[in-house]
Design a protein around this ligand. Structure first.
Ligand SMILES: [Fe+2]
Ligand SMILES: [Fe+2]
Length: 203
């Protein structure tokens, strides 16, 4: 009997442990190889998820994908670097799964690949964007003031003023998603800051 042939598809390429504490170096060599292949697909998964915002208007003048493209296009045309432009593109990607905390979802996705400042802008843009509409919803327009003494206060206020709050114009000629795809792939190739960065370098 040919055991390998009769084994379930792919079983030879799987770790043998039933509890992680039984794991061996061989198990982790298998998992490590799979992990890197999976991690390389991250840009595709992120871009696929961003496309979920297509046609999602939520009452706004443009849908959430166009808002994302327009925010990124405005940042790019204003001379921002790739990290910043990718953050601008993805800043609202959390709208689908993080309906009550969308800035944190986007910030977590980009965190391994961007500077502390760019991450901070993404993570906190909700409070700063609120300056333009919270008062219409019975909320505190100046909610951002809790960060007034933070070194990145000005940078986040600038992101919202120049790009985010400005990106609802149905007549603006935004670049298509394809324009930004190479940037997303370049930025997400290697993590700068991650618990797993050392393992990624080794492969
Ligand atoms: Fe947002
Ligand atoms: Fe936005």
């Amino acid at each position: 009997m040919d055991v390998a042939k009769d084994a379930p598809h792919g079983a030879a390429d799987r770790a043998k442990f039933r509890e992680m504490k039984e794991g061996t170096a061989q198990d982790w060599a298998i998992i490590g190889g799979e992990y890197m292949a999976f991690a390389k697909g991250l840009p595709d998964r992120v871009l696929d998820h961003l496309r979920l915002l297509d046609g999602d208007f939520g009452g706004f003048p443009v849908d959430r994908l166009e808002h994302s493209l327009q925010t990124a296009t405005r940042a790019h045309r204003d001379g921002r670097d790739e990290q910043y432009v990718v953050m601008a593109l993805l800043h609202d990607i959390g709208d689908t799964l993080g309906s009550y905390n969308h800035p944190e979802v986007a910030a977590s996705i980009i965190k391994p690949f961007v500077s502390e400042e760019v991450h901070w802008i993404c993570q906190n843009h909700g409070h700063f964007q609120g300056y333009y509409y919270f008062h219409f919803l019975g909320m505190d327009q100046n909610a951002r003031d809790q960060f007034r003494d933070h070194p990145y206060f000005g940078a986040c206020a600038e992101f919202c003023e120049k790009y985010d709050q400005a990106a609802f114009d149905p007549d603006y000629q935004s670049e298509p998603l394809e324009f930004f795809e190479p940037m997303v792939r370049r930025i997400m190739t290697r993590p700068l800051n991650s618990l797993y960065a050392k393992a990624a370098e080794a492969v």
